[in-house]
Design a protein around this ligand. Structure first.
Ligand code: NAP
Ligand code: G4F
Length: 361
């Protein structure tokens, strides 16, 4: 076979790095995505809102500093700040991950949730297309938009949100993602992501709360902890896998929406059981309703139920069908439920043990 001819390389023409702006870079997904894009050769800009904490303190724990993340300040509640951030970063791709992302808190702060999660996307788009009309945008949509729709949920399922968080995300999806794609021809995609977790997960989300609390119980730092609805079912995947799907969506010829999930669902109770097994501290249940408790083999109560952690309305059962993403993006999850639980529990146990050994706890 004749040797393949390759075009001569011109040493003087250096390919321009693609620029990405990641909003929500201090969050779980933002940190994994920024690392992933930097490894792919992108120039990555992270949008951060101003707080009294030094920026490097908020970023260093998440993104290895040698990976050269560039920081711009901006708040999704403030159009002028977004404009300045966009003018400075000049992105080819924008990943909008910033949000008030706590469903429980959204019942307490519905206006703030709507302002960030819905109007925030509007502000971002309006400023972005002034700076680069051809910009590609990823919007962090959510399985919470399905609400009580029967599982398995996919791109054709009915949206029926039951929380202010879900409602705000659905409005953003319908008005700005679908609406602007159809009416203005914008390249904008919704990733309808099911729950995804990691050792970087916010400490108030149930998986991380469980991994931290059980590690503390095992180390003798805490006696017990309380949870809300343990019958809720979630399709939990690993955040590190899910950010790869976000990038893939923006590399397609045409913009579209994709469900990203594992296709396996577990109850909160099962998460507790699996996490306790990792710590070699199996848990058995007794009692019903608010009187249910989880005990260790020696009869010590370590899990209780507290009304305060129940929500006014609940999404009972999420189970995703991401066959479209598998077919069109070639995406599939790599970390299983058991591997995810082990990863989270081990990370928290080791971190807390070090602190305890150093006399800090
Ligand atoms: P997260 O850890 O809670 O991160 C949220 C980020 O948004 C933080 O960096 C936060 O910054 C930033 N933020 C909040 N309000 C802001 C504002 N007004 N202006 C600018 N930045 C603001 O969330 P995550 O788990 O990484 O999720 C990322 C995105 O995916 C969110 O939009 C979430 O709703 C969506 N999502 C998540 C999941 C999941 O299971 N993780 C599933 C589906 C969809 P501070 O550090 O300043 O607070
Ligand atoms: O960990 P959660 O707070 O996650 P939730 O509500 O499913 O929301 C997460 O996933 C969404 C995707 O579906 C994202 F869009 C959203 O941003 C966020 O990342 O709660 C999971 C389940 C719920 O049913 C909740 O009622 O756990 C139940 N739960 C029981 N006890 C608890 C607790 N949740 C929390 N946070 N704390 C508890 O003590």
């Amino acid at each position: 076979m004749p040797a393949k001819k390759t075009a001569p390389k011109n040493k003087n023409t250096k390919k321009k790095k693609k620029r990405a702006l990641v909003t929500g870079v201090t969050g779980q997904d933002g940190s994994y995505l920024a690392e992933y894009l930097i490894d792919l050769g992108y120039e990555v800009w992270g949008l951060m809102r101003r707080t009294s904490l030094e920026p490097m303190i908020r970023i260093e724990k998440l993104v290895r500093p040698e990976r050269r993340l560039r920081i711009v300040y901006g708040n999704l509640r403030d159009g002028a700040s977004i404009r300045q951030a966009l003018e400075e970063s000049q992105p080819d791709e924008i990943y909008n991950l910033a949000a008030q992302s706590d469903v429980g808190i959204s019942f307490k702060c519905p206006d703030e949730t709507m302002d960030i999660n819905y109007h925030g996307l509007g502000r971002l788009i309006h400023e972005a297309i002034k700076v680069n009309p051809k910009v590609k945008i990823y919007q962090a949509s959510t399985s919470e938009m399905f609400g009580r729709t029967n599982p398995p949920q996919n791109e054709n399922s009915v949206f029926a949100p039951v929380s202010p968080y879900g409602e705000a995300k659905l409005l953003a999806h319908e008005d700005y993602v679908k609406g602007y794609r159809e009416k203005k021809g914008l390249f904008i995609c919704s990733g309808i992501l099911f729950n995804h977790e990691s050792p970087r997960r916010g400490e108030h989300f149930v998986t991380r709360k469980i991994s931290i609390s059980l590690a503390k119980v095992k180390l003798g730092i805490q006696e017990s902890f309380a949870l809300g609805n343990m019958d809720a079912k979630r399709d939990w995947g690993f955040a590190g896998d899910y950010v790869k799907a976000m990038h893939k969506m923006l590399q397609q010829k045409t913009p579209d929406d994709y469900v990203i999930s594992t296709g396996v669902s577990h109850t909160v109770r099962e998460f507790v059981e699996e996490a306790a097994k990792v710590l070699d501290m199996p848990i058995s249940w007794s009692g019903k309703g608010f009187d249910e408790v989880g005990k260790t083999k020696d009869g010590k109560v370590v899990v209780r139920i507290a009304k305060e952690y129940y929500r006014p309305t609940e999404v009972d059962y999420l189970l995703g069908d991401s066959r479209k993403a598998a077919k069109k993006l070639g995406w599939k999850p790599e970390v299983s439920f058991k591997q995810l639980v082990r990863m989270m529990v081990t990370a928290d146990y080791e971190r807390l043990k070090k602190m305890k050994d150093a006399g800090l706890l």
